[in-house]
Write a protein that binds this ligand. Structure first.
Ligand code: C2E
Ligand code: CA
Ligand code: CA
Length: 672
């Protein structure tokens, strides 16, 4: 619907329509505005004789109706004018007004109606009708001409009804008018006029309602809709969910979408392009899933669509949704550029997967998570396996939380050896979890990912940093040349604003120089580039902490960021080293990585060196820092100390230092 056309629909229109309803408008105005003197208005129209309630009841055709009438007049009337009808009239009225309400209800695709707007199946009195209409109108767009047009039509039909009533009135018997708590028998003509007046009253009441609602509605509209895309926002969606009721005969697919490449679009082409993509994506969602789909911007580049799957068998629904999903993967034109729009999706079905709509939403989100982990641009339907995995992760996380509290976590140390100079400049801290119940050592690969999806990773990382710094401080009391401690930091933690402050505090607490600590981060950290990451990198540089880029070569980010990042070390991923022997291509790759390190003036560490061949190879390729089982496996601090004393004691380091000094002097001498 054209919104501008709607907005042009103004008060004048409503009045014009109301004028069309003359002559009943006159009566209507009298009734609406003379409410307090309703009795005078009433008398103006007819001369009726008051009779007492019991007589009225007796005169009626339908006992139930009379009883209701009297009851109503007692309960609700107050100062209001109420008309009572016999059953036949009431049914006719009901049918006509139900038609009107159905029209209002059918206007739903364009606008949201609160769930209770589908109300008024029972219209017991005009007062209730009025209240009902008011409720119905609460959710209807005040500029919706379809409703007012329908209103015109329906009111006309109602007037016609009353005209017919007039002709047949003599056979219809007496009608009742309840006024100010008393039931009065009405004469035929009074009845007619009041009936007409009533129609007018409804008309003008609606007109007023429409006008009054507009302002509130527009304010609500703004609060309920996303500014960029115009679809419902999270707040409105939450409200919609509250109104939903379990019904075994309806089902809805709840789909959660996440744009795969939105960040790149924003970064590379700017926010205008980003907004353009979001709008195009929403248009695409509506086009693919149909006008009836409820589309919500969940936040950022995440959207939700609720699609009715009524009457579809599961396989049919899946096929249909998959086909619609496939249409979401398109290109969008922005200026001269075609932007590829890709998204991942997760879906769950309400009430099949759960009667609780919020839970269904969570299940769809879990499915989305799985879709992304299996590679992007997929649609994943929720199934019980996903939930089982989820439960396992949650259970593991709880055990891990307890393990952290109960001191079951500790650090092992793996030396990094400078093979040309023969000393240990650094050691990497690797976390270990000894499950007290089973005595089993749980490898970090099993529990770190479970922790990473929650805040627990922050606590664990902080524990590791603190433990490592404490160890480094202890080594400083033991040795003259203690190794630097290297600590793995998860991407999630690195994106925290308070990260640098925490590191600084820990160093201070243990009185350790920042140059004694190295933080190992992965390319993933930089991929998740945001203000916080950049700020943290700068903060760490200012603090003087070393940065090592872990698992180098496995990420897919470009090399350009290296110059910005200025790491102190690159760690060649162990997969490359493992594939090295007898593989010339891998050799050139490793050689290239070493070249990159040299180019940006940072040290290169070969990780996962297990054999003497591998050691020879990396050395030949120009890498002199080596970590791996060939030298030592990660070991507890005591063992590490013993290992170092046995293999690379301080004395060796001093020799190394002397040798390096000698080398430098010799080179200086040559230069002279
Ligand atoms: P990573 O940072 O790449 O750590 C190196 C892994 O390679 C360690 O496994 C280490 O034991 C293993 N390794 C070392 N030399 C060799 C070798 O010669 N051959 C083979 N096959 N493996 C070798 P680990 O301790 O199981 O750790 C696995 C991963 O878990 C680590 O990979 C790191 O990503 C993560 N991790 C470990 N400790 C921590 C921690 O304290 N905090 C965080 N956030 N992550 C950690
Ligand atoms: Ca590492
Ligand atoms: Ca590594």
């Amino acid at each position: 619907m054209n919104v501008l056309a709607l907005l042009r629909f103004r008060k004048a229109d409503i009045l014009r329509r109301a004028v069309n309803l003359l002559p009943i408008l006159f009566a209507a105005i009298l009734l609406v505005f003379a409410e307090n003197s309703a009795i005078e208005a009433y008398r103006t129209f007819q001369r009726i004789e008051a009779s007492n309630a019991s007589e009225a009841i007796r005169a009626g055709r339908d006992i139930g109706d009379q009883a209701k009438l009297v009851e109503m007049s007692r309960r609700k009337l107050g100062n209001r004018l109420i008309l009572g009808f016999t059953a036949d009239d009431a049914n006719d009225m009901r049918a006509a007004l139900a038609g009107l309400l159905a029209t209002i209800d059918n206007a739903r695709p364009a606008f949201i109606l609160p769930a209770d707007a589908a109300l008024i199946s029972q219209i017991d009195s005009i007062a209730e009708l009025a209240a009902g209409l008011e409720t119905a109108f609460a959710g209807v767009h005040p500029d919706d001409t379809t409703i007012l047009n329908a209103l015109d039509g329906d009111l006309r039909r109602l007037s016609e009804k009353f005209r017919l009533l007039q002709e047949n009135m003599s056979e219809q018997g007496t009608r009742y008018i309840a006024l100010q708590g008393e039931t009065l028998a009405a004469s035929y003509s009074a009845m007619l006029k009041l009936s007409i007046a009533m129609v007018g009253a409804i008309a003008s009441m609606l007109a007023l309602l429409v006008l009054n609602r507009r302002a509130t509605w527009q304010a609500n509209y703004r609060a309920d809709h996303d500014v960029t895309t115009g679809v419902l926002n999270r707040r409105a969606f939450e409200r919609w969910i509250e109104g939903i009721h379990f019904d075994p005969h309806t089902s809805k697919a709840v789909m959660v979408f996440d744009l795969d490449n939105f960040k790149e679009v924003n970064d590379e082409l700017g926010h205008m392009a980003g907004d353009h993509v979001l709008k195009a994506f929403v248009a695409n969602l509506v086009a693919s899933f149909g006008q009836d789909a409820l589309v919500v911007r969940w936040g950022g580049d995440e959207f939700v669509a609720v699609v009715s799957t009524d009457g579809l068998v599961e396989a049919g629904a899946v096929t249909l949704l998959r086909a619609s999903f496939a249409r979401l993967q398109t290109a969008v034109r922005f200026g001269d550029t075609d932007i590829e729009v890709r998204c991942s999706g997760g879906a769950a079905v309400w009430p099949t997967d759960s009667r609780d709509f919020h839970e269904v939403l969570q299940l769809a989100d879990l499915a989305l998570y799985k879709a992304k982990s299996r590679g992007k641009s997929r649609l994943q339907f929720y199934d019980t396996d996903i939930l089982n995995e989820r439960h396992k992760v949650l259970a593991l996380r709880e055990r891990l939380r307890a393990a952290l509290r109960d001191g079951e976590l500790s650090l092992h140390w793996q030396p990094q050896v400078d093979v040309t100079r023969g000393y240990v400049p650094s050691a990497e801290a690797l976390i270990r979890w000894t499950d007290r119940e089973t005595g089993r050592m749980i490898p970090p690969g099993e529990f770190i990912p479970a922790a990473e999806a929650s805040d627990l990773i922050i606590e664990i990382d902080n524990f590791v940093i603190e433990e490592a710094v404490r160890t480094a401080a202890r080594w400083a009391t033991l040795w003259q040349y203690p190794p630097i401690v290297a600590v793995n930091v998860s991407a999630a933690h690195f994106q925290r604003r308070e990260f640098v402050g925490q590191v600084r505090d820990i160093l201070r607490r243990h009185n350790l120089g920042p140059d004694r600590l190295e933080l190992e981060i992965t390319e993933g950290v930089i991929l998740g580039d945001n203000i916080e990451v950049t700020r943290n990198l700068k903060g760490l540089e200012a603090l003087g902490v070393h940065i090592a880029l872990d698992d180098f070569g496995t990420g897919y980010s470009n090399i350009a960021y290296l110059a910005q990042l200025k790491p102190d070390r690159l760690k060649i991923d162990q997969a490359f080293i493992a594939a090295l022997s007898g593989n010339p291509q891998m050799e050139s790759l490793v050689s290239a990585i070493i070249g990159i390190g040299r180019a940006i003036d940072c040290e290169v560490v070969a990780e996962g060196v297990e054999t003497v061949e591998q050691l020879d190879l990396v050395q030949r390729l120009g890498c002199c820092l080596v970590q791996g089982y060939y030298f030592a496996k990660p070991m507890p601090d005591d063992d590490f100390q013993a290992w170092r004393e046995a293999n690379y004691p301080d004395a060796a380091v001093s020799v190394t230092h002397l040798r390096r000094l000698g080398d430098r002097l010799a080179r200086a001498g040559e230069a002279l």
